[in-house]
Write a protein that binds this ligand. Structure first.
Ligand code: SF4
Length: 691
C-alpha cells in the first residue's frame, strides 16, 4: 500500500472550464486521474470547486483524442508524421502568402490554451506573415464588455477581485447566470449575501438560481439593459445620489453625459424594459443608498447587437455613483473561457499587441519590431480582421487560409451554415486541437495539441490573476504541447526561436509589454499568483483605479449613448424570442464534457425551456417535441416547462445538436465590436408528432 501511495503524483493545475480560475492538485498514477484535491492555499477558490472542476477530466484519456497529425488526401484524413504534417502546413501557408499576401491568412488563437501559446500565435501572424489577422473567442463573448471599459475607465479587465465582491454592500448582476456559469464565485457571493448582510440585485430575463436568491429581481425584457442602466444613472443625478465630489475630481465629460440622459425617464424605461415604475424605483433606491457597489455582467449583455453600448452604460452607472477605485466597488464582466482574458491580454486581438498596445501606435510598433529584431515596416500598422470579418472575407474568397487553434468555430460562431460555406471555400486550413471538432472536419491538416494537464503554462482568470500550471501527465500518443508545435512551425518558416520552456516565452512577453513588466515564473511558484498590471518589481494590482484611470489626464470618461433596439425581434411569423446559454455541467460544444464518464451522465440531453402559460396556450406537455424555426434554419428539441422563463421568451442550452443553436442564429452583430447577436433570435414553434 505504501508503495502504491508513493506512485501517486500530485500536480498543481488550473481549471480549464471557466474564468473563475480555480486551482487545485490533481492526483495521478500513470495516466489515471485519481482525484482532484482542492487546497486551502488556492488564491481564488480555496477548498471549493464545482462539478466540472471536480469531475470534468475523463476526456483526457478519451479514445476520441487525436493522437497523431492528420493530412486530408482524396477527401479523407490519413495519419502523418510530424515532419510531413509540419512541412505541409509551412508549405500551404507560404503558398497563400506568396500568391495573395500575408493578409490572406487568418489566425484564431485558443482561449483555452496558455498565455504563452496566445503570445506565439500572434507572433507568428504578425512577425512571420506581417498580418494582424488574429483573434480569439472573446470576439464571441467579452469584446463588448472590454470595449465598454475602454471607453469609460481604460483597462479591459475586472476592477478588483473576488475579495471585493465579498466585501461590497450591493452586488448587481445583469445578464449573468452566475450559479451555472461561474459556480465558485456564485457560492462565495451566496455566503456573503446570506451571512454578511450583503444585498443582491439581479437583472435578467430568466429567473435562475441567483434571481431566486435576490433581494430584488427585475425580469427585464431581453436586450433592453442599456435603457435600464441609463435610467438608473439619470435617477442618481435627479435624486441626489450622484457622487458629485468623485465626478468633479476624477471624471470627464460629466455635463455632456448628463445631458444625454434626458430621454431615459422612468416612464420611458418602463415602456422599453417591461419593468414597472415601482420596480425601477426600488432598484434605483437600492443602488443610490448602497455604500459600495460591484456590478457583474456576462453574455446576457454582450451577445446582443448593441452589447458594447449596454456594457458602457453599466460602467457609466458605476462612475456616476462613485463606485470605482475603492475596495468593494467596480465593474466585473465575467470571463467565460478559462483563458479568454489571457488570450486577449497576450495579443490574440486584431488591433493590439500583447498588453493592449495598439498596432496603429507608431511607438508601440517600433518597440515590438525592435524586440523581435525586424524593421518597423515588417509589422503592419493596420488593424487586421477579427473572427467575424475573417468568416465574411473567407466567404468572399478574399481570405484564403486559416489556422485555428482549440476553437470549434464551425459550432460556436453564429449563422453556422454561412461559416461552413466560408470554411469550404478556403484554399488551405489548419486546425490544432485535441479532438476532431466540427471545425477540424474542414481542415487540410489537423495537428494534435495537448490539454492543460499535459503541458506547462499560465492562464489569466477573470480577476486579471496570472496563475501557473504544470504538466501532470505526458502528452497522449504523438500529441504535443501547443507551444512546441507553434515553435517548430516557426522554425520551418525560417524563424528559429529556441524557447527551452514556456517560462522563456513569458519572459520575452514581459520584457516587451509594459502591462506585464514584472510577470515571471519566479513569482508564480506554488500557489502564488500575480494580478496585472504587474510592475517591474513583480508587485501586483489587485484593485484598479485607486489613484488614476489609465487615460492621459488620469481621469475616467462618462460616455454618452443613444438607445438602439435589438436588430432582430419577434414578429407575426417568428413570434417567440430564443434566449440561450450554458448549463452547469457542460462546456461549449461538449468536446470535453461530452466524452462520456461522470460529467456527461449528469446532463446528457438538451431541451428548450418554455413557461407554463405558453405551454398551455400551445397545448404542450413536458417532454413533447417541438420544431423551432428561425429565418436561418430549424431544429427539433423536447420541451421543459418551467417558470425560469416567461412570456414569449424561450431558453435553450448552447451545447448540443448538430449544428445546434447556431443553425438558428444570424449574422447580425454589434457594429462596434463585431460580436454576433447570439441572443436575438426570433423563432416560431410547432408541436411535433414524435414522442
Ligand atoms: Fe472550474 Fe469554473 Fe468550476 Fe472553478 S468554478 S472549478 S474554474 S468550472
Amino acid at each position: 500500500n505504501a508503495l502504491r501511495k508513493a506512485e501517486i503524483k500530485k500536480t498543481k493545475t488550473v481549471c480549464t472550464y471557466c474564468g473563475v480560475g480555480c486551482s487545485f492538485e490533481v492526483w495521478t498514477r500513470d495516466r489515471h486521474i485519481l482525484k482532484v484535491q482542492p487546497v486551502v492555499d488556492a488564491p481564488v477558490n480555496g477548498i471549493s470547486t464545482c462539478v466540472k472542476g471536480k469531475f470534468g477530466w475523463d476526456f483526457i484519456n478519451s479514445p476520441n483524442r487525436i493522437t497523431t497529425p492528420l493530412i486530408r488526401e482524396n477527401g479523407r484524413f490519413r495519419p502523418a508524421s510530424w515532419d510531413e504534417a509540419l512541412a505541409r502546413v509551412a508549405e500551404g501557408l507560404r503558398a497563400v502568402a506568396r500568391d495573395h499576401g500575408g493578409n490572406a491568412i487568418g489566425f484564431i488563437g485558443s482561449s483555452k490554451a496558455s498565455n504563452e501559446e496566445a503570445y506565439l500565435t500572434q507572433k507568428i501572424a504578425r512577425l512571420i506573415f506581417g498580418t494582424n489577422n488574429v483573434d480569439n473567442s472573446s470576439r464571441y463573448c467579452q469584446n463588448p464588455a472590454t470595449e465598454g471599459l475602454f471607453r469609460t475607465v481604460g483597462y479591459g479587465g475586472d476592477a478588483g477581485t473576488l475579495r471585493d465582491l465579498q466585501q461590497t454592500a450591493l452586488i448587481i448582476t445583469v445578464g449573468s447566470n452566475l450559479a451555472e456559469n461561474h459556480p465558485v464565485f456564485a457560492s462565495h457571493i451566496k455566503q456573503s449575501h446570506k451571512h454578511h448582510g450583503q444585498k443582491l440585485l439581479v437583472v435578467d430575463p430568466r429567473r435562475h438560481e441567483m434571481a431566486e436568491r435576490a433581494d430584488c429581481f427585475l425580469r427585464i425584457r431581453p436586450g433592453t439593459d442599456m435603457v435600464w442602466a441609463s435610467a438608473m444613472a439619470k435617477y442618481m443625478f435627479d435624486h441626489g445620489y450622484a457622487d458629485e465630489a468623485f465626478l468633479a475630481a476624477r471624471v470627464n465629460q460629466v455635463d455632456a453625459y448628463r445631458a444625454s440622459l434626458a430621454p431615459f425617464t422612468l416612464e420611458m424605461a418602463s415602456e422599453v424594459t417591461g419593468l414597472s415604475i415601482e420596480q425601477l424605483t426600488e432598484a434605483a433606491e437600492m443602488i443610490g443608498r448602497a455604500e459600495s457597489v460591484c456590478l457583474l455582467w456576462a453574455m446576457g449583455i454582450t451577445q446582443h447587437s448593441h452589447g458594447a453600448d449596454a456594457s458602457t452604460a453599466l460602467s457609466n452607472l458605476l462612475l456616476v455613483t462613485g463606485n470605482y477605485g475603492r475596495p468593494g466597488t467596480g465593474a466585473y464582466p465575467m470571463r467565460g473561457h478559462n483563458n479568454v482574458q489571457g488570450a486577449s491580454d497576450f495579443g490574440c486581438l486584431s488591433n493590439v499587441y500583447p498588453g493592449y498596445e495598439k498596432v496603429s501606435d507608431e511607438d508601440a510598433r517600433q518597440k515590438w519590431a525592435r524586440a523581435w529584431g525586424v524593421a518597423p515596416d515588417a509589422l503592419s500598422a493596420e488593424p487586421g480582421l477579427d473572427n467575424f470579418m475573417m468568416v465574411q472575407e473567407a466567404h468572399e474568397q478574399q481570405l484564403r487560409a486559416m489556422y485555428i487553434i482549440g476553437e470549434d468555430t464551425a459550432f460556436s460562431d453564429a449563422d453556422a451554415s454561412k461559416v461552413h460555406e466560408a470554411f469550404s471555400k478556403l484554399d488551405f486550413m489548419v486546425v490544432q486541437d485535441i479532438f476532431m471538432s466540427h471545425t477540424a472536419q474542414f481542415a487540410d491538416v489537423v495537428l494534435p495539441g495537448c490539454p492543460s494537464l499535459e503541458k506547462e503554462g499560465t492562464f489569466v482568470n477573470t480577476e486579471r490573476r496570472i496563475q501557473h500550471f504544470s504538466a501532470a501527465l505526458p502528452p497522449l500518443g504523438e500529441s504535443r504541447p501547443d507551444w512546441q508545435i507553434l515553435t517548430e512551425l516557426a522554425a520551418r518558416l525560417g524563424h528559429v526561436w529556441n524557447y527551452p520552456n514556456p517560462g522563456a516565452i513569458m519572459a520575452e512577453a514581459a520584457s516587451i509589454a509594459t502591462l506585464f513588466a514584472g510577470v515571471s515564473y519566479e513569482y508564480l511558484v506554488g500557489w502564488q499568483s500575480q494580478l496585472w498590471p504587474v510592475k517591474a518589481d513583480g508587485s501586483s494590482t489587485p484593485l484598479l483605479y485607486t489613484d488614476t484611470f489609465p487615460f492621459p489626464d488620469g481621469k475616467a470618461r462618462l460616455y454618452p449613448l443613444e438607445w438602439q433596439p435589438p436588430m432582430e425581434a419577434p414578429d407575426a411569423e417568428y413570434d417567440l424570442l430564443l434566449n440561450n446559454g450554458r448549463m452547469l455541467e457542460h462546456f461549449q460544444s461538449t468536446n470535453q464534457t461530452g466524452q462520456g464518464g461522470r460529467i456527461t451522465s449528469l446532463s446528457p440531453n438538451w431541451f428548450v425551456e418554455i413557461s407554463s402559460q405558453l405551454a398551455q396556450q400551445r397545448q404542450l406537455a413536458e417532454g413533447d417535441w417541438v420544431m423551432l424555426r428561425s429565418r436561418r434554419g430549424e431544429l427539433q428539441v423536447p420541451v421543459v416547462i418551467t417558470e425560469r422563463v416567461a412570456g414569449n421568451v424561450l431558453f435553450i442550452p448552447i451545447h448540443h445538436g448538430k449544428p445546434g443553436v447556431n443553425g438558428l442564429t444570424g449574422d447580425h452583430h454589434d457594429p462596434d465590436v463585431n460580436t454576433p447577436a447570439y441572443k436575438e433570435i426570433a423563432v416560431s414553434m410547432q408541436k411535433l408528432a414524435r414522442a
